[in-house]
Design a protein around this ligand. Structure first.
Ligand code: GTP
Ligand code: MG
Length: 213
């Protein structure tokens, strides 16, 4: 784990065990909350585990709504940490959800891209990758967009409990190799399981480090 991340862990744990509240849902850009505090966004394909990881990060069972059916999160959902708010975490709709109607997919894509590209207070984006599947072409499109917009991001593997340790090691290596090809990406990945609470402390340290950058 990075030095700065570990230094922030105690502070992160203190913050997350305090106030965490749902602020608002934004179905379109005009409904974004005023950009008053730093934000950290959760992005990734539908069903990758964004909402679950956000819940694990803030230590709440179901502050963000999760579902076995892809396409659960349909708006940008803002959650505030600290009272008064120190920063926000943002749960996003998934990309690459083939079963949604075409106009809905398009609306989500514009919402996600416009938010990620244009938000001044967005400090870092977590791009979640399912450990069982690794990086897909649709992920690469998003990484390219983030590189071009110079949005700092980190790749995070999810659902690590679902595969064998040897397979997990292989997918982590491959994901790290890919991360190093991307200008705006952190070179290392965080391996997580929301179910088993794996990698959550490292994620907490990273988030707080990002907020304070
Ligand atoms: P959308 O909002 O539809 O884009 O999905 P999402 O990325 O927010 O995924 P969500 O958190 O709703 O999780 C999708 C499914 O994966 C749910 O059934 C979760 O219980 C399951 N899941 C999420 N994280 C984990 C994990 O770490 N381990 C396991 N085994 N299942 C997980
Ligand atoms: Mg979700």
């Amino acid at each position: 784990m990075d030095e700065p991340a570990s230094a922030y862990l105690a502070e992160a744990n203190r913050l997350f065990s305090g106030s965490v509240t749902f602020l608002k849902s934004a179905p379109a850009l005009e409904f974004l909350p005023a950009p008053t505090v730093p934000e950290i966004a959760f992005a990734g394909r539908s069903n990758v585990g964004k909402s679950s990881l956000l819940n694990a990060l803030v230590g709440r069972r179901a502050i963000a709504r999760t579902s076995v059916t892809p396409g659960r999160t349909q708006e940008l959902n803002f959650f505030e940490v600290g009272d008064p708010a120190v920063f926000r975490v943002v749960d996003m709709p998934g990309y690459g959800f083939a079963k949604a109607p075409k106009d809905v997919v398009k609306k989500w894509r514009f919402l996600i891209n416009d938010y990620l590209r244009g938000r001044q207070v967005l400090k870092r984006t977590l791009v979640l990758i399912d450990s069982r599947h690794g990086i897909k072409p649709v992920d690469l499109d998003v990484l390219k967009m983030l590189d071009e917009a110079a949005v700092s991001y980190r790749l995070v593997l999810t659902k690590a409990d679902k595969i064998k340790a040897s397979e997990l090691e292989a997918v982590a290596d491959a994901t790290r190799i890919e991360a190093r090809k991307h200008a705006a990406a952190f070179p290392d990945v965080i391996v997580t399981s929301s179910e088993k609470r794996m990698g959550i402390d490292e994620l907490r340290g990273f988030v707080l480090d990002s907020v304070n950058t």
